[in-house]
Design a protein around this ligand. Sequence first.
Ligand SMILES: Cc1cc2nc3c(=O)[nH]c(=O)nc-3n(C[C@H](O)[C@H](O)[C@H](O)COP(=O)(O)OP(=O)(O)OC[C@H]3O[C@@H](n4cnc5c(N)ncnc54)[C@H](O)[C@@H]3O)c2cc1C
Length: 441
Amino acid sequence: MQARDLLHKALWSAIYLLFILAPLFALLTRALPPTRGFGTEFSIALGYSGLAIMGLQFGLTARFRYVTEPWGEDVIYHFHRRVSLIAVSLVMAHPLILLAAGSESMVLPASIPELPLGAVFAGLSIGSLILLVVMALWRTRLKISYETWHLTHIVLALTAVTAGMAHMVAWGYYLVDPWKRTLWMGMATFWIALLLYVRIIKPLFMLRRPYRIAEVRPERGDTTTLVMRPDGHAGFRFRPGQFGWLTLWGSPFKITGHPFSFSSSAEVSDGRVEMSIRKLGDFTSAVPRVTVGQRVYLDGPYGAFTIGNPADMHVLIAGGIGITPMMSMIRTLADRGDRRPLVLLYGSKDWESISFREELETMKLRLDLTVVHVLSQPPDGWTGESGYINAELFKRHLPPGYADHEYFICGPNVMMDAIEQALGEMKVPLAKYHSERYSFV
Ligand SMILES: Cc1cc2nc3c(=O)[nH]c(=O)nc-3n(C[C@H](O)[C@H](O)[C@H](O)COP(=O)(O)OP(=O)(O)OC[C@H]3O[C@@H](n4cnc5c(N)ncnc54)[C@H](O)[C@@H]3O)c2cc1C
């Protein structure tokens, strides 16, 4: 790992902790309200901590390139899911501990209109949180479409955090001091401003930087390549292996963009980019119907999945449509005249569904490239590899000194888990393998 990346990681981690801890310590400064029992004070500390962590999730998911780059987007979303569950547990523990401690604030009044405003906001915040967690954990089982879930997720998160903040202010106590109140309300405004930035300011910029579809190219394996050119601007440069968020129909204000790796060479100077998209659900199945000249929007580049040290042999391991970032790497290295040794281990269902099969053959003439196709449903008489990519297959096709090569893995989650485990068993250090997961949720 480069020293620059390490420094970046350390800096962002420090800022993250500062944003969570500083407002908590600020509550303990200046005049303090009278202390109540340990249970009450402890539960309040948990509530404040939970809210501070929850608010920062808006920053984590705001797609700030400089924040996400050292880790990669998939790691950030993984962290977001884990840390959100911790934050929700802290917030939920707050009323439960108060109840167990017999706090009088948990005694319900005789009728609902008598409920203090602070309690109403608490109920709203906790209700939204429960719904949010249920939908996030069981979206597929509940058969909720990604788009519906995404919109609801944002609305519920916003409600939970705003109502939580309103609960704290309405209850007063630690926030009676105007300085502390201003600090916490300022922080909540900052969190919401992050959301407004992502949903309003950034799309406004993107509106002025559209792309046009220059070509719609069918590929093998239910895949379509979209060739896009910047319309009235220079576009952006990306590194091979990175991805962008694509909006095909509608404006950049549309809540849900779809992530796709760039499949083209990064060595183009006219801003042209290509994405190769395989049919999976509603959105991807409609891609073949895109028309030349159509206006689309691209937000990118993102991701840390990109080629490394030129001295090392690069082992590219792709499963199915996980070939797209590898194609970008292969095409870029060919355009650069790079001679590093490359081995592509490429898992596909059958011979006919191998996207880019013919082009990979011609690439062997321009690169030091070996392609090993691994078919899960091989045709009769197939003498190549069949089944799935595993440690044994590595040993058959890679020169020894496994820990010296650099590995790039992209494909279905099951394949990636198996390969990461195999590399671990082959004593390949973590820093030597890079993965891109095609699922953030
Ligand atoms: C970093 C990254 C790069 C990717 N690159 C490619 C690529 O080059 N080519 C390719 O064919 N596919 C790629 N994918 C997968 C692609 O984004 C999904 O297949 C596509 O968004 C599914 O949309 P759908 O409506 O057709 O399918 P659905 O049936 O709606 O969704 C299938 C699954 O895809 C995920 N998904 C759906 N919509 C989104 C979204 N807006 N954002 C994030 N995840 C979503 C969800 O887990 C969902 O359960 C990539 C995914 C990621 C995360």
